[in-house]
Structures are given as structure tokens and as C-alpha cells.
Design a protein around this ligand. Structure first.
Ligand SMILES: Nc1ncnc2c1ncn2[C@@H]1O[C@H](COP(=O)(O)OP(=O)(O)OP(=O)(O)O)[C@@H](O)[C@H]1O
Length: 581
């Protein structure tokens, strides 16, 4: 476990220094105890010989002084090291995460990342100090003491080693039981957490059903959690008592052996006293180990979660010479792709070409693969067959930073930082001038939103942009794409019903975005106006391209696009008809 912990840190020298300090303290403590042998030998006599004891007392005093100084230093050094180790490991984790494909960032992985970076890493660093040190002391000190005892009386040394062997056997069993109990408890806790989230999310439904205080499933999960906790505690108690019993029995056996040896004349009184003191110092830290088992298990689980995060495979980097994007064309050629763990391909043999400066509308029923096409272009994932190229270069041959430098993505669900509008825009280009900011705000129809906000450009948008409506957030994202001067923009147009003002503004903003002749747009289109303005339409169905052509051509052929276009029109009229006064 110590090796696994050590392997987590990119530069584990700090940890090595800390543990060396602890080991040095433990060895020093053992040696100081060893000095008792000649000292007591000299003074526990019918006529004590202080002169014979003096040469041992001097190094003893110096050793005690050094030990005291190290003990005083250990705490502040340990806490400072804990903080530094956590910072070091957090940086490593964040650096690694920045190399992962964007497709890795699922809701579950985002939760894992948050847990690892906040709780697990902090705890692992803290535990490396708080638990690592006593574990080292509890093994190094008995080891040193055993060697000293061996020099005095080999039979006692053998008995101590036998006790340690028996204790380690029981300790392993205790650790196994603790792990099993913890896994069961985690499962029960996850069930309670799931039900609690459900309770929060489904409050309106539960209240309507008269179950605001929880569903029967939730109460069953709480009962199960309580049962699992008690059963785990009961199971863990047995090896705990067995361990304490082994250590206590070891001491009684040493006591009997030393008494026998003394009565038999093999050891003197001074040696007998020292042997008993050494045996006590051997067994006491060993006894402490059982108290650390639970914390060690918790640490092992945390280390496993951090290791799992660090082991997530990074996006493969191009092997050839660095390449750039000369023109903003986008092409998918015979692309087939299945999501990790997916049963069927989300895209099958998809080919499409978006010439530089064009606007392509992607249409198709829900689940037909539109979003997947945009994800492969932005390299959230790599295609399993076929190629995805930007500017005629396979995206796998482009450095991820080069690709993302030229691409902007306007999702339906835009994430904004809890900062001002200005800073949310400047994220795209921090050095942008105020004139440039105002220009893009106007073109993205964001200026009218800013005018309405109490603090104008300085208004904070709230957590994840909660102060703005979905349509307003999408306008911020469009303005960002303009400010970034991205040459390829992937837009997932809002599909939900927007108020007429927002709808017109977003349609206009997308049209302005596509008006730049140097910009290539791929829009998952839901609005008739966006469809009509596209240079070409690609219709997808069940992961395959079923039609490609201009909007006028496809309307004439009366296929999928004509049908979807008709549905959009109907839905629009229906909405306008039902909401108009
Ligand atoms: N992260 C994922 N993991 C596994 N399967 C996925 C994932 N995302 C999408 N899929 C599946 O891939 C297929 C294509 O999904 P995609 O989101 O590309 O469709 P879409 O046309 O964009 O749908 P919508 O219009 O509803 O957003 C669907 O069958 C979907 O269930």
C-alpha cells in the first residue's frame, strides 16, 4: 500500500523525506532503548558502577535530545507536507484530465473527478502523513527492537517474532473483513444517496402522491443501510478482539520465558528488566496497528479511485510532424462509431463534406446521430472506422490544442461561469478590445440582453449562468464563438420552445455567425429559418446519411427533410397559434 501511495505523486521526494524522518525517529527510539542494556547492567548490581554507565549515558542524552527535537519538528513538517502533497497531486490530476478526450466527461466521470480532486486527494495526502507515519513507526520500531533483543537473548527474540507473525495473520483477516464490510456499506450508502437525489428531484410528484417524506423504497434503503452498518461492525469486532488477544498473549509468554530464563540463571536481573521493557515497546506499536486498519482501508479505496482517474487513457497524440489547419473544410469519410459500452453503432458508414465557408444543416429524428457527428468533429471520441478531417487533415493527426483552437461549439445547454458577462466572453479571447466585445455582442443579439441587465456588462450570470434564460445563454455562446474567430463552428440549435423574441434573436445570431465567408458551420437545425438559410442539408436516420442536397432540392424530393421541415413548420404554427393572445 505504501508503494501504491508513493507511486501517486509525480515527485515523491517530499513523501520520502517525511517517511525517512519518521523511520529515523523509530530507529532512534529503538536504539535508545537498547542503551538501557549496558546502563542498567552497570547500575543494577549489588554495588552500582556509575562510571561504567557514564559512557552510555552521554550518547543516550544526545540521542534523547535529537529524538525530542525530531518529535517537535515532526508535526509542523507533517502538516506542511500534507498540504504540499495535496497541491502536487491535484496539479497532476488536473494536468492529466486536460489530456482526456472530451467524451470522457460524462456526468458520472465529472462526479468522480470532483470527488477525487476535492475529497480523495486531500484525504490521501492527509492520511499519507497522519496514517503513514504511525504505520511506519508501528513496523520500524518493533523491527529495531527485535534486532536489539536478538543480540541479548535469541529465544525472546524468536518469541516476539512468532507473536508478530500470528498478529500479522490476524491483521490480514481483520483487513479483509473490514474491506468486505466497507464494500457492503458503500453499496448501501450509494442506494441511500440515489434515493435521496430522487427525493429531491421528484418532490413535486411525491408531494402530489402524498409521499413527500420519502417513498417506501427510500425507507427500505435506510433500513438496509442501518442493518449493513450493524452487521459490518459485528463482523469487524471478532478479528479485532482476536488481534488484541494475540498481542496480549505474546506479552504473557515473553514474561513467562524471561522469568524462566532469569530463574535458570541464563539472564541477570538487569537484562530481564530490559528485555521486558523492550518486549513492551515491541508489542505496543504492534497493538496500535489494528486501530489503523479501518483508516488504511479507507485510504486504499481513495488511492484506488485516484489511480483510476490517473489511468483514464489520454487522447492519443499525433505521431507524425505537427500539422495545422489551412482551410476550414470538414469531412467525414465512411465513419462508423459506437459509444464506449454502446450496443449498436451510433453512426454507420457516414460520409459528408462541408466546403470552407458553407453552412450545413444536420437534420434527423431524435437519436439519429446528429450530436455524435459534431462530437467526432471536435474529437470528443475517435471514430472506429473511416476518417474525420478538418482542413483535409485527419483530426487524429492534429494536436488537440490546434484542433480546438479553430473550433467553437455552441451547445443547447450552454455552461457559463459564475462571473460577469464580460469575463464569460473574454474567455474566448482575453485580449479582445471593448470595440470587439461590443461588435460581437451586437452580432449575437446579446447587446439587447446586456442592456436589460441591471449591471450591464458587469452583471454576474450566477452559477452555470442561472441568471440568464437558455436562449440568452446560447447568445453568449454564439458571441464567444465570434470573438474566438473560430473558423469551424458546431451549433446545436435550441430545440425547446423559445419565446418569439428569443427565437428570432437566435436565428438571426446564427445567421450572422454563418455570414462570415471564412467560417464553416455545421448546425443541428430545429428552426425552419435556419434550415432555409443552409447551403446544404444532410439528413440522418438511424446513424446513416439518407439525403444530402440544398434545402430546395430536398423539399422537392419529398423525403425525410421535407417531412421534418413540415413538422417544424407545423409545430411553429401550433405554438404561435396557442400562445398568441
Ligand atoms: N454518451 C453516450 N453513450 C452511449 N450512447 C449514446 C451516447 N450519446 C448518444 N448515444 C446514442 O447514440 C445514438 C445517437 O445519439 P445522438 O445524441 O447523436 O442523436 P441525436 O440525433 O443528436 O439525438 P437528439 O436529437 O435527441 O439529440 C442514440 O442511439 C443514443 O442513444
Amino acid at each position: 500500500m505504501i508503494r501504491r501511495l508513493y507511486g501517486l505523486w509525480p515527485d515523491p521526494r517530499l513523501l520520502a523525506r517525511l517517511w525517512s524522518l519518521t523511520s529515523a525517529q523509530a530507529v532512534l527510539q529503538g536504539l535508545l532503548l537498547g542503551l538501557l542494556i549496558p546502563t542498567l547492567d552497570a547500575v543494577v548490581r549489588p554495588e552500582p558502577d556509575v562510571a561504567a554507565a557514564t559512557p552510555w549515558l552521554v550518547p543516550g542524552a544526545i540521542g534523547a535530545l535529537i529524538y525530542g527535537t525530531l518529535s517537535v519538528l515532526a508535526d509542523p513538517v507533517g502538516y506542511a507536507a500534507g498540504g504540499a502533497l495535496a497541491a502536487q497531486l491535484r496539479k497532476r490530476a488536473i494536468r492529466h484530465v486536460s489530456t482526456l478526450p472530451l467524451g470522457w466527461f460524462t456526468a458520472a466521470n465529472k462526479a468522480r473527478l470532483a470527488r477525487a480532486v476535492t475529497a480523495d486527494i486531500g484525504d490521501a495526502a492527509h492520511l499519507a502523513v497522519v496514517i503513514g507515519n504511525p504505520v511506519i513507526t508501528s513496523t520500524v520500531l518493533p523491527g529495531t527492537v527485535a534486532i536489539i533483543v536478538l543480540l541479548v537473548e535469541w529465544r525472546v527474540a524468536c518469541l516476539l517474532c512468532l507473536t508478530a507473525l500470528a498478529a500479522s495473520f490476524v491483521l490480514r483477516r481483520a483487513a479483509r473483513v473490514a474491506t468486505e464490510a466497507e464494500v457492503e456499506l458503500e453499496r448501501a450508502s450509494a442506494e441511500v444517496a440515489g434515493r435521496a437525489i430522487e427525493l429531491g428531484q421528484a418532490q413535486p410528484v411525491l408531494r402530489a402522491a402524498g409521499q413527500a417524506e420519502g417513498t417506501p423504497r427510500m425507507h427500505a434503503a435506510l433500513d438496509e443501510h442501518r442493518r449493513t452498518y450493524r452487521a459490518g461492525m459485528d463482523r469487524a469486532r471478532r478479528p479485532f478482539f482476536a488481534y488484541t488477544g494475540v498481542v496480549a498473549a505474546g506479552f504473557v509468554a515473553v514474561l513467562a520465558l524471561v522469568a524462566g530464563l532469569m530463574l535458570g540463571g541464563s539472564v541477570g536481573v538487569a537484562e530481564a528488566i530490559v528485555l521486558l521493557v523492550l518486549a513492551a515497546r515491541f508489542l505496543q506499536p504492534l497493538g496500535n496497528l489494528i486501530d489503523l486498519v479501518g483508516a488504511l482501508r479507507a485510504m486504499t479505496n481513495k488511492i484506488s479511485r485516484i489511480e483510476e482517474l490517473l489511468a483514464a487513457p489520454a487522447l492519443p497524440s499525433p505521431t507524425g510532424p505537427a500539422r495545422g489547419i489551412s482551410e476550414p473544410s470538414v469531412e467525414l469519410s465512411h465513419v462508423t462509431f459506437t459509444y464506449p459500452g454502446g450496443a449498436a453503432p451510433a453512426l454507420r458508414d457516414v460520409s459528408l463534406y462541408c466546403p470552407p465557408g458553407s453552412t450545413t444543416a444536420l437534420v434527423g429524428p431524435s437519436g439519429s446521430g446528429k450530436t455524435t457527428v459534431t462530437r467526432l468533429i471536435a474529437r470528443f471520441f475517435d471514430a472506429e472506422a473511416g476518417t474525420v478531417s478538418v482542413g483535409g487533415v485527419d483530426v487524429r493527426d492534429l494536436e488537440p490544442a490546434v484542433l480546438l483552437d479553430d473550433i467553437a461549439i455552441v451547445f443547447q445547454d450552454v455552461y457559463l461561469f459564475d462571473d460577469t458577462i464580460e469575463h464569460n466572453l473574454r474567455l474566448a479571447r482575453p485580449e479582445a478590445t471593448w470595440d470587439e466585445l461590443r461588435d460581437v455582442a451586437r452580432a449575437a443579439r446579446l447587446d439587447e440582453v446586456i442592456e436589460r441587465l441591471p449591471g450591464g456588462w458587469d452583471t454576474r450570470v450566477g452559477e452555470a449562468g442561472a441568471q440568464l434564460s437558455g436562449g440568452e445563454r446560447q447568445r453568449v455562446a454564439i458571441a464567444r464563438a465570434m470573438l474566438k474567430r473560430a473558423r469551424v463552428v458546431l451549433v446545436d440549435e435550441a430545440s425547446s420552445a423559445l419565446d418569439p423574441e428569443n427565437e428570432a434573436a437566435i436565428t438571426q445570431a446564427i445567421a450572422n455567425l454563418g455570414a462570415d465567408p471564412d467560417r464553416t458551420m455545421l448546425v443541428i437545425a430545429h428552426r425552419p429559418a435556419t434550415l432555409a438559410a443552409a447551403d446544404q442539408v444532410v439528413s440522418l436516420d438511424a446513424g446513416q446519411v439518407v439525403e444530402t442536397g440544398t434545402p430546395a432540392e430536398l423539399l422537392r424530393t419529398g423525403g425525410t427533410f421535407a417531412r421534418i421541415s413540415g413538422q417544424y413548420d407545423q409545430a411553429r404554427h401550433w405554438r404561435i397559434g396557442t400562445t398568441a393572445p
